[in-house]
Design a protein around this ligand. Structure first.
Ligand SMILES: Cc1ncc(COP(=O)(O)O)c(C=O)c1O
Length: 383
């Protein structure tokens, strides 16, 4: 048996030695929208960039290899990747999603539901017993998982849910955006599909919006590829080029993101102006054990409650240093955001309450800056 290649080697060497013309070490960027036919009536690998592009394919193959899937499809955004998976569902099919999934996923499946394209059920997946009852009752075609959740970093057991899904022949799709393939590989835990917003950790440089869908089997991959072509949602070659460049340092970056997140979580835990700190690396976090079991690391995202509520949040954002107030996550730069009014604004007050998102909650995407500087910046905000 050949030895499994380490993730660092996969991403470092993705696409190397593919330039047969000049031997360029970095694979060339093919911006061309079309490719000349070498011969009339003879099929060739590339003819039109919506259907296939060499630069995009290198990224797709690297991600498929990292996630241990059959094949990858690169899309124009994370949400178009979510939409591609939704296309696998037939009109009378039911879908189970987490009640606290990413707002855009919630909006898309709600809109498809309202149009009668599918029936979406948003439920709390943290209790396996309750989830099993829902699966038996609903008989879903698809179970959507997002673990860890945004912004409270709650993890669900992918392996256990995939086992339950088999009983109703449901497909299991996992949004792996928050951890990236460096820290979690859902296909190895029994999922059928992995979806990424490559906008986040995979690109990691906050200069591309993109997505990816990786399928475990050829059959699923072919269906997803067909839909990507039919809908025209393939990612642009230049975005693929940048994302591939970002991917080469993914593993290195994830280690620093995690080190900084852990350092910030510890400082916050010892500050009396701060209530609960949500970081799975802390033993106090309810998902600490499950995260330890199914993840290769705790990641770079954390949240915390400011005891003074919204007025304390306003002061914090005015005073904090070395963090930018912005949505998104997973880039080299440290960010703070207010889920209540920013990322989770589409949810009603009641939905936010159920999801545990209070007005005093602040989310941090720990970047790659020096940890001591980040701690000083955070302390300035908490003064
Ligand atoms: C967990 C998660 N999934 C999907 C998306 C959608 O990705 P994109 O913004 O690239 O369309 C996001 C974006 O924030 C996200 O955080």
């Amino acid at each position: 048996m050949t030895k499994k290649i380490n993730i660092d080697t996969v991403v470092t060497r993705a696409g190397l030695e593919t330039d047969s013309q000049h031997g360029a070490v970095v694979p060339p960027l093919y911006l061309s929208s079309n490719f000349a036919f070498k011969q009339f009536e003879k099929e060739q690998k590339y003819d039109y960039t919506r259907c296939g592009n060499p630069t995009r394919d290198i990224l797709a193959e690297a991600l498929a290899e990292l996630e241990e899937g059959f094949g990858g499809t690169i899309t124009s955004s994370g949400l178009s990747a979510v939409g591609l998976v939704a296309n696998l569902i037939n009109a009378n099919d039911h879908v189970i999603l987490p009640h606290d999934c990413y707002g855009g996923t919630f909006r898309l499946f709600s809109m498809l539901h309202d149009k009668g394209y599918l029936t979406a059920h948003f439920i709390d997946q943290s209790s396996l017993e309750k989830l099993e009852q829902s699966i038996v009752k609903i008989k879903p075609r698809l179970i959507w998982i997002e673990t860890p959740s945004n912004p409270l970093l709650q993890s669900v057991d992918i392996r256990a849910i995939a086992r339950l899904a088999k009983t109703s022949k449901a497909l299991v799709a996992v949004d792996n955006t928050f951890l990236s393939p460096a820290l979690q590989n859902p296909l190895t835990l029994g999922a059928d599909i992995v979806m990424h917003s490559t906008t986040k950790y995979i690109n990691g440089h906050s200069d591309v919006v993109g997505g990816a869908v990786i399928a475990k089997t050829k059959k699923l991959h072919d269906q997803i590829q067909d839909w990507a072509n039919a809908m025209g949602v393939a990612g642009a070659p230049f975005d693929s080029y940048l994302t591939l460049r970002g991917l080469r340092t993914l593993n290195l970056r994830m280690k620093t993101h995690e080190k900084n997140a852990m350092g910030l979580a510890e400082v916050l835990s010892n500050n009396k102006k701060v209530g609960t700190v949500y970081y799975p690396g802390l033993e106090s976090h309810p998902s600490h054990l499950i995260a330890q079991k199914q993840q290769k690391g705790f990641g770079g995202m954390l949240s915390f409650e400011l005891k003074g509520g919204l007025s304390a949040v306003r002061k914090f954002f005015k005073q904090v240093e070395h963090f930018s107030l912005a949505e998104s996550l997973g880039g080299f730069e440290s960010l703070v955001c207010h889920p209540y009014t920013m990322t989770h604004a589409p949810l009603t007050a009641k939905e936010k309450k159920i999801a545990g998102i209070s007005e005093g909650l602040i989310r941090i995407s720990a970047g790659l800056e020096d940890l001591d500087d980040l701690i000083d910046g955070l302390k300035a905000g908490l003064k």
